[in-house]
Design a protein around this ligand. Structure first.
Ligand code: MG
Length: 380
């Protein structure tokens, strides 16, 4: 029996995790849920899963949820509520799918409480990869990522000697603007940036995919998860999104993990690890796919990717600053305040303004994060 605490239950990863749990049968049970303000969907999930505990973003959401489901299940509120769900006694596995920096404290709390953690969002590892990996080593449980590229690499590395890895090759669909030049991108709007060609995801990550910042964040995430210098992590565009990433070994052999682009595959791998269970999803038909193609990324049209490499090389507080500035810039783009190319410009400006410090403790990282948010609001 695997009992799961699900953080971010009403988001894209959260709803797909519930879908996978339902398909796996009685051996997997969701015992606690944390959501934001989507009380309509949370109420439906509570009726389906009968969790012993839930959490929502604020008091208004709590009141609205009580109107729908009554008071029989404890309802926690805010960041403290996230921590309560992340450490609930009966869960042994925590699926962490809260977007942005908000997802970091519950991951740290879950690791400290000895839980197995499956991180779905990359921001916590980008901000505090060193702290998370140190806690994870002490906790002694595998940290099985849900991000599809990192799940692919994790699968390719099973049973391999880490010293035999030459480089990691993260594949990227290239997003909706693949092949466009910087000049082409000057006038693109929100609707075009939200129209991802292969993956169906939440708005923040979809915009990040259109700027390639998503891939930049994944480079940093991979650097921490797999303990390699960032210059051994490469990015390769692969528009069909069938190969989810690859590992090149020192003998020149390259292993890849393949499937259709469906997050339920990496979610299921993380839930059932170390076993593999039967899944009801369609099987990869390579003859029907026909062609797999590859091309190098364009660092000129998509400067966010280069900014992420620069942040990773500098280390310390700079990745946290880059991530926070990007979160604000994406919000401002979605609100119509910034044009598309100004997302990268805003992130770069804030990175230049920052004096890098060592990432020695959580307080330093969160202070850098808060500073970068204010700075990114002020860039015009
Ligand atoms: Mg990914």
């Amino acid at each position: 029996m695997t009992r799961i605490a699900l953080l971010g239950s009403t988001g894209s990863i959260g709803t797909q995790t519930i879908d996978v749990v339902q398909s796996l049968g009685d051996e997997y049970q969701v015992v606690a849920l944390a959501a934001g303000r989507n009380v309509e969907l949370l109420a439906a999930q509570m009726r389906l899963l009968r969790p012993e505990l839930v959490a929502v973003a604020d008091e208004a959401s709590r009141t609205a949820l009580i109107e729908r489901v009554g008071r029989s299940t404890p309802i926690e509120v805010g960041p403290a509520g996230l921590l309560t769900v992340a450490t609930v006694a009966r869960a042994e596995l925590v699926v962490a799918a809260v977007t942005g920096a908000l997802g970091l404290p519950p991951i740290l709390a879950a690791l400290q409480a000895g839980k197995r953690v499956a991180p779905a969002n990359k921001e916590p590892l980008v901000i505090a990869g060193e702290l998370i990996m140190a806690l994870s080593r002490r906790n002694g449980q595998p940290l099985v990522p849900i991000d599809s590229e990192h799940s692919a690499i994790y699968q390719c590395l099973r049973g391999e000697d880490p010293a035999s890895v030459a480089r990691l090759i993260l594949t990227a669909s290239g997003g909706p603007f693949r092949g466009k030049t910087r000049a082409d991108l000057a006038a693109v709007g929100v609707a075009e940036a939200l129209a991802h060609p292969t993956w169906k995801m939440g708005p923040k990550i979809t915009i990040d995919s259109s700027t390639l910042m998503n891939k930049g964040l994944e480079v940093i995430e991979a650097r921490w998860l797999f303990g390699l210098p960032v210059d051994q992590v490469d990015v390769l565009l692969h528009p069909q999104s069938i190969i989810h990433s690859m590992v090149e070994f020192r003998d020149g052999s390259v292993l890849a993990q393949m499937d259709y682009p469906d997050m339920r595959t990496p979610i299921q791998f993380a839930l059932t690890f170390p076993a593999r269970q039967v899944s009801p999803r369609r099987r990869l038909d390579l003859a029907a796919v026909g062609q797999l193609t590859f091309e190098p990324p364009d660092f000129d049209a998509f400067p966010c990717l280069g900014l992420a490499y620069a942040a990773a090389r500098a280390g310390g507080t700079l990745p946290a600053v880059m991530n926070a500035a990007n979160e604000v810039a994406v919000d401002r783009f979605l609100a119509g305040e910034l044009r598309f190319l100004q997302i990268a410009e805003t992130v770069e400006t804030v990175m230049h303004q920052h004096e890098v410090q060592a990432a020695s403790d959580l307080a330093t990282l969160l202070a850098a994060d808060a500073w970068a948010r204010r700075a990114a609001q002020e860039v015009s």
